[in-house]
Design a protein around this ligand. Structure first.
Ligand code: FEO
Length: 394
């Protein structure tokens, strides 16, 4: 069912309440997601993006109940990733000659994925498409935000920015707008999306935000491709992106570990105690990686000024949960955060040095050599762990 967004602009997407994992299994979506597609019905009829591949048939069936598909003058493909382009093959079987407006890189990605030679019209930043009724779409390339092919489209007259992935959240809702949903949930999903998807591209994002803000466009709505449409104070999410893209941190220190027989867990809890004793104002959180969602823990790292990471030594190495998490953290390119390592061992004890090396490789400023504990921590070792916590807090 299409839902009116504003005047002659309608939402024709899909709400996916069941989705629990996205990007394969790389991103947890506890609150589901939406694939937002928009239909503009001015003198020209324009479809902005589609939905994820599994919903292609349903999308095309629903759309054909709303309009004669042959009346679609233009398709805008803001981004080639399959969660937005997935219904194109099904749709283009019915309207094969309809022009698809997209970036040069999107032609490559769409051809690469679907092996079809559709009627592509390549656009660049500043190119315009007349919609009739005195309105037009202006395209803005968003290269590497977050794919080389990404772009946004701004609709004059109604002042809607179709931003695609930027400013989105994996958040299923039937309510459509930001002011109609739980604000805590909305911000939780927004910051998680930023930390796990957009953070690696911060330098590019900062430039692009300044470029868009300097245009002084009147923006009444930001119509993203996932989650809510920002209509109440839509620039609030742009302001958040300005903050989040500038080496963001809160007054938080996060202790992250995995453990076999609880020795490393005891160290983790003592380190957290030391942080609290040293600075009661700092927010301290502790996560066992094998019992926590790694995207959620990464979001906590994003919010932290420092982290402590622990693993016992196993087979001359780390527990895979910790090694995998550090490998993932490297890809997020966090900056200006400090880190320390800790872990128990029985005979060889390589884990702490390996964690330090991986933390440094992931861009963290490593504090000291960390804490290696032979066998289970005794009273002296527990005190030393508290001291390590104090040092991290200092
Ligand atoms: Fe929502 Fe990059 O796809």
């Amino acid at each position: 069912m299409k839902k009116q967004v504003k005047n002659n602009v309608y939402w024709v997407g899909k709400v996916d309440w069941e989705l629990k994992k996205f990007h394969g299994d790389e991103y947890s979506t506890h609150k589901g997601s939406t694939y937002n597609s928009y239909l503009i019905q001015e003198e020209k009829t324009v479809l902005v993006d589609t939905v994820w591949l599994p919903f292609a048939k349903e999308f095309v069936e629903n759309l054909s109940k709303e309009i004669d598909l042959k009346k679609i003058d233009y398709i805008i493909a803001n981004h080639g990733e399959v969660d937005h382009s997935g219904a194109l093959p099904e749709l283009m079987k019915l309207i094969p000659d309809t022009p698809i407006y997209c970036t040069e890189n999107a032609v490559k990605s769409l051809k690469g994925q679907y092996h079809q030679d559709w009627n592509f019209k390549v656009v660049k930043t500043g190119d315009k498409l007349d919609l009739g009724n005195g309105k037009e779409l202006i395209f803005v390339e968003m290269r590497m935000l977050h794919w080389p092919d990404s772009m946004a489209a701004y609709m004059t007259g109604d002042n809607i920015l179709f931003s695609n992935d930027a400013f989105g959240q994996h958040y299923a809702t039937e309510m459509l707008y930001n002011d109609l949903v739980d604000q805590g949930e909305l911000m939780t999903e927004s910051i998680k999306y930023f930390a796990n998807i957009l953070n690696p591209f911060n330098p590019i994002l900062q430039k692009k935000l300044q470029e868009v803000l300097s245009l002084n466009l009147q923006i009444d709505m930001i119509a993203t491709s996932h989650g809510v449409i920002w209509r109440e104070n839509p620039l609030q999410i742009v302001e958040k992106y300005v903050q989040w893209s500038a080496d963001y941190q809160e007054n938080q220190i996060t202790v992250i570990y995995d453990t076999m027989w609880n020795g490393t867990r005891e160290l983790a809890e003592r380190i957290a105690l030391g942080i609290q004793l040293q600075d009661p104002a700092v927010t301290v959180k502790i996560f066992n990686l094998s019992k926590s969602d790694f995207n959620d823990v990464a979001t906590e790292v994003f919010r932290s000024k420092a982290i402590a990471v622990g693993s016992p030594t196993v087979g001359n190495g780390l527990l895979h949960s910790v090694a995998g998490f550090l490998h993932y953290l490297k890809s997020l390119k966090f900056k200006k955060k400090k880190a320390a390592a800790f872990g128990c061992y029985g005979w060889s004890g390589e884990s702490v040095k390996m964690i330090n090396d991986m933390l440094a490789d992931a861009g963290f400023e490593v504090i000291g050599e960390g804490m290696r504990q032979l066998w289970n921590p005794d009273e002296a070792a527990k005190k030393a762990a508290v001291e390590l916590g104090r040092t991290i807090a200092k």
